[in-house]
Design a protein. Structure first.
Length: 386
């Protein structure tokens, strides 16, 4: 099956129907963009990781390729090899439903100038360009090869938005000011440079994640002295922004879990099973939290292990005992798991608020204040600076 023998427009139409039925695709303008944009042009191949960790490639030579490209699913589109020989994801084509949900949330108007952080395959740039025109869409990515490939694909479709290979945290000052900024990668903090390149009243939509899975999409309005807004109700996740055009190295975690203080817990060993308290505890963490597994049993890994750059670590036994308890071991300057337990208890006492009750205020000094219900309310958490 190839793009020349299969009616891709029919597949794009069905994709739009699916997103509309899910309540994600709402406006006629974005529906037109989805139906007019050939996603297969931007995903000539994708990769699937097998259970043994190896990656297999699917391309236009494979019968299932075209149908897979028009499913409402994310696709890994580029891999790189780390210094220790591991192959890791460096680019993907985001789930179309998530991309459209973000574009709808941006509340784009015909006269708006939009900057995308994270060009990737170029598919989202194509949607934006179809909606706004070449001269109102700008996109940057740290990956020079990704930008070159995206530009070539867009040009083939007659689209010429402005692209550049540069660090996304710097924005695109040469073409500021912008009315909207949308980031298709996660960041531990929102760069103030973006605020400086926004018109007052403009919107920034960004995936704020100080650690793995610890955060969500935040829609922030540019005020004279701050960026401020709320987290979107539904959780979403993106790959972390890279600081260089290289494969990201896997952060190591503690090797020896046979030391430290011992206690027990009844909570799941993966704290992002409760996403909101896992995010809120980052205000107490001494840096980004790395995660991994150690040991093996007949039922899988033995320990879930967490560590921070200051040498703090916690290990939680994956399998509970007959009473539902899991052993916890902790060492270093700060007992990480204790902090999570305490934050989870606070969250419980607050009535387990979900993302729709949380907001974020970012100020020029780099501070990120997370608040409950209202910016000037009684409950808040300070994420940065650490």
């Amino acid at each position: 099956m190839t793009a020349t023998t299969t009616p891709w427009r029919e597949l794009a139409h069905h994709l739009a129907d699916e997103m509309a039925a899910d309540g994600v695709l709402q406006s006629p303008a974005w529906r037109d963009a989805v139906e007019a944009t050939p996603r297969h042009m931007f995903v000539p191949r994708f990769y699937v990781q097998q259970q043994d960790g190896q990656w297999t490639e699917t391309s236009a030579d494979d019968d299932e390729w075209l149908a897979a490209v028009y499913r409402n699913e994310p696709l890994v589109t580029d891999l790189a090899t780390t210094t220790n020989g591991n192959r890791v994801t460096v680019s993907s084509s985001t789930k179309p439903g998530l991309m459209v949900r973000m574009l709808e949330a941006l509340d784009v108007r015909d006269e708006h100038r939009v900057l995308e952080i994270g060009t990737g395959t170029g598919y989202n740039v194509a949607l934006l360009t179809h909606r706004l025109g070449d001269d109102r869409v700008f996109s940057v990515d740290i990956g020079a090869a990704l930008v070159d490939a995206a530009r070539s694909r867009l040009t083939e479709l007659g689209l010429t938005p402005t692209l550049a290979a540069t660090h996304g945290a710097e924005g695109f000052p040469a073409h500021a000011p912008f009315d909207r900024i949308i980031a298709t990668c996660s960041l531990p903090a929102v760069p103030w440079a973006w605020a400086e390149q926004m018109r007052e009243g403009g919107l920034v939509l960004v995936d704020v994640k100080p650690s793995t899975h610890a955060g969500n999409l935040a829609l922030l309005t540019r005020h004279p002295d701050r960026l401020e807004g709320r987290f979107l109700p539904r959780w979403a996740g993106f790959m972390a922004m890279r600081d260089a055009d290289l494969a990201p190295e896997v952060v190591s975690v503690v090797e020896d879990v046979n030391t430290g203080n011992r206690s027990s817990t009844r909570r799941e060993p993966t704290p992002w099973s409760s996403l909101v308290p896992w995010f809120l505890v980052q205000a107490r963490m001494p840096g980004e939290v790395a995660f991994g597994y150690r040991g093996a049993t007949g039922q899988g890994p033995e320990w879930a292990v967490f560590s921070t750059p200051d040498g703090s670590w916690s290990a939680v036994r994956v399998q509970p005992d007959e009473n539902g308890e899991r052993e916890v071991r902790q060492g270093g300057p700060m007992p990480l798991w204790d902090a999570f337990e305490a934050t989870h208890e606070t969250w419980d006492n607050l009535g387990q608020p979900n993302w729709d009750r949380l907001g974020l205020t970012v100020t020029p000094d780099g501070r990120h204040a997370v608040w409950l219900d209202e910016p000037d309310g009684e409950v808040s958490w300070s994420l940065l600076p650490r």
